[in-house]
Write a protein that binds this ligand. Sequence first.
Ligand code: FCB
Length: 440
Amino acid sequence: MNQSNHYPADFTWGVATSAFQIEGGASADGKGPSIWDTFCLNPNNIKDKSDGTVACDHYNRYREDVSLISSLNVDAYRFSMAWARVQPSGKGAWNEAGFGFYDRLLDQLAAKDIKAHLTLYHWDLPQGLQDDGGWLNRDSAHRFADYAHEVARRFGNRVAAIATHNEPWCSANLGYGNAQFAPGVADAKQAIQVSHHLLLSHGLAMTSMRATASSAQLGIVLNQWTADPATDSEADRAMAELEYARSVQWFMDPIFKGRYPELALRAHGQNAPVVHDGDFTAIAQPIDFLGVNYYFRSFCSAETPPRTPPGKLGFTDMGWEIYPQGLTELLVKLHAEYMLPPIYITENGMANPDAVSGGKVADPERIAYVQMHLDALKAAMEQGVDVRGYFLWSLLDNFEWNSGYAKRFGIVHVDYETQERTLKDSAIWYRDFLSAQRQR
Ligand code: FCB
């Protein structure tokens, strides 16, 4: 690995998961259903017709999983809370048994000296709120702020960081734009209105959490990419500019500039969201950190059929182009465009068709992927971007949304029949890499 790849001593190294993808315990101890529980009831929605009822059974195995995390030498663990576990219908009474699970998880993490980075919403809206209109209903933003307040009040001094949302782009565009994700709606206008309510809910939650005066760093996690024109043609360049405005700036501008990007607003035309007076003030709250999830770039081709990305470094099992330099380019561009708070790379990793053989899992592709992205991250830091941490996605193989269990993102292999965990070579590599970082 690149010898210059030494990071600041206080850089945070972690692994990441999310509730629905690993917990299971779908109706344990009073948990209410979420929109993903409902979405999985229609087997056509999930490629392998699976669901999250058991997943990695983390709900019952969290102690062993925290020991596993600890064995990897990481400083921090990023996970999400299942809202419907702690508030079964998304409004009204709190479920103490649900909070009890996260209380025990936090105890385990503290006992192993692992910092907790909590995400409030990783796509699993309580079905009760969906029944009231979900994120299309503006009131959900207020319900979310109440939930955020309660979590910060209870746990805000026991976690290092709280992120409001994970990838609201996905909640809006895959959940409401093309029906690939729960709740399975395909309606461009609704998707844009939903994105506004998600942003509003983020801002209201920042304010409600600040009121608890908790010590946690508060922020949001956005999936981001650069948008590259496939060729130098005017049409491709225009498409790339619009794509960047609709995906990256659409979420960044309201938070950092208190407005939507003109180019995207114009393109949305009649589908532009209904925005109330004061919404941008509510949204543009100062944040303590920005989480960036990076997997690939957007490759924009206006031709028919569109040109496909060259993939000089190959493609992952998701079909995603491996393009580490995009991480450098993205971070440097964001740094030039916005007054950024400290950044954490809250997700980065790859799916690979891994299998256990002789008690081992050889995944050299994943090791190379992570190394290349860490080099790219270092390059951005050398250009002045203030990055404070990196979280590998994911700790465990898990329920990869509409791909079910067929796509393996873990650095730890999970046998879903036995729930046996096996460290992949990438986990051993990461562990040793982190131990070398510490010995400097
Ligand atoms: C991100 C999600 C995460 C996981 C990875 C592969 O978009 O946040 O849950 O599915 O992709």
